[in-house]
Design a protein around this ligand. Sequence first.
Ligand SMILES: [Zn+2]
Ligand SMILES: [Zn+2]
Length: 169
Amino acid sequence: MKVIVSEIPDDGLEIELNDRIQAKDLNIVSPVRAALRFDKQDADVIVTGSVEGTVMLQCSRCLADFAAVIAGRTDMVFHPLSTIRETEPGQLKGDELDTAFYQDDCIDTDEILAEQLLLNLPMKPLCSADCKGICPQCGADLSVAGCTCKRTETDPRLAVLQQLLPKKE
Ligand SMILES: [Zn+2]
Ligand SMILES: [Zn+2]
């Protein structure tokens, strides 16, 4: 939805969202839920709250696609775009917050939601905490099925199991 900046009351605006949004670089597969608060500070708008949505990620170990719930806190300040030219770099307030710009008296909440999901993506996504990854030799997904490659470091317990398996000719 669009928030009209001049219509934000002096004591702030609180909204709850449950929106399907599209974002580039991000495959969002659920409606994104958010509780956002907008507070005006002169021409700036401070946005705080929480955002949660489900996105498709690729596991950094086994390369499988999986759905991950991404949740995070929002702490952003929107400056009016027209002030960029008038303000020296470094004079912008709120360095500790994520900085963004609005124009035409309007802030698009879709952009806030997409931005916050992006910011909260894990550095090394894992489809599950005990994902075994793929075999470095044959590429088999070791969480789904084993493979017959000889690994240099064989767990002694596995070696016993391997002897029990029927031998391939
Ligand atoms: Zn995985
Ligand atoms: Zn293998």
